[in-house]
Design a protein around this ligand. Sequence first.
Ligand code: PMP
Length: 333
Amino acid sequence: MMAPPARASTLDLIGNTPLVLLKGPSQAAGCEIWGKCEFANPGGSVKDRAALGIVRDAEARGELAPGGTIVEGTAGNTGIGLALVANALGYRTIIVMPDNQSAEKMATLRALGAELVLVPPTKYSDANHFVHASRRLAEDTPGAIWANQFDNTANRKTHIETTAAELWDQMDGRISGFTCAAGTGGTLAGVGMGLKERDETVRIALTDPHGAALYSYYATGELQSEGTSVAEGIGQGRITGNLEGAPIDTQFRVSDAEGLEWVARLLREEGLCLGLSSGINVAGAVMLGRELGSEARVATILCDTGFRYLSTLYDAAWLRAKGLPVFDWLREG
Ligand code: PMP
């Protein structure tokens, strides 16, 4: 067993996450299903990588100078990543967030010292959508940059250079398929591109939650959505800058109930406490594995820690109110 190397900076703790063989999903798929443990990043999610990539890119282009401010619109995890990176480098952070995201994310952002601006959840086409509100705030704040995670391709570049390269090494260059859901699409497009550069036969699949429009886009060329999802951080309605040119070979659509079943099984059978996007990704990985056959080795992303959702996914009353199945062991509560 090799211990990870000692690090000279806390920022070097971002990335190089472990990869783990998932027993239940592998059994269900009849082949190997591997999970990349992005919850092991310092901020507890995959978005630490994009945060660091975007900040380093802005510095390199001379847009962000000492004492500067980073403004972003985010469902929460990118804000947490940006706040950590900003603290380590001496920047101020202002986060614009829809007010229907988990209380844990808001409390975490406040605890990290980010300034929080809550806005009502609206459609992207509405001028007050959190993305547009954050752009205006950045324009009005002297010395500020707008991180613009959805269309700034420094996001997916970081996944090409780090996540895909790590997966390739950790799986000894033997990967049959990769799948994950898309929020910005940085992870899906970046890992897809990075793996295809090394082996163009690796099958890249989108796993879409209900309520998102990408499944229909990759299946038929039309952006159309169906149903809804309570999953935070995923479910995209447009082709973001990061998704442009993403090498998607096939697509799956997964319901919240299917994703929650994997969240429950991974917790009870394997001791992993995860968020719903991870459960949805694992459901998609099982579908991809079944398609690829018994020799396949499929990888997916375990995006964030479940401790961020104690008041939602792990709360019986909340699950009941959303009409979702309640985990057996929560029923008494
Ligand atoms: N899962 C969670 C919990 C997230 O916060 C995000 C980021 N929005 C994603 C998945 C999707 O990652 P990406 O933005 O790279 O598509």
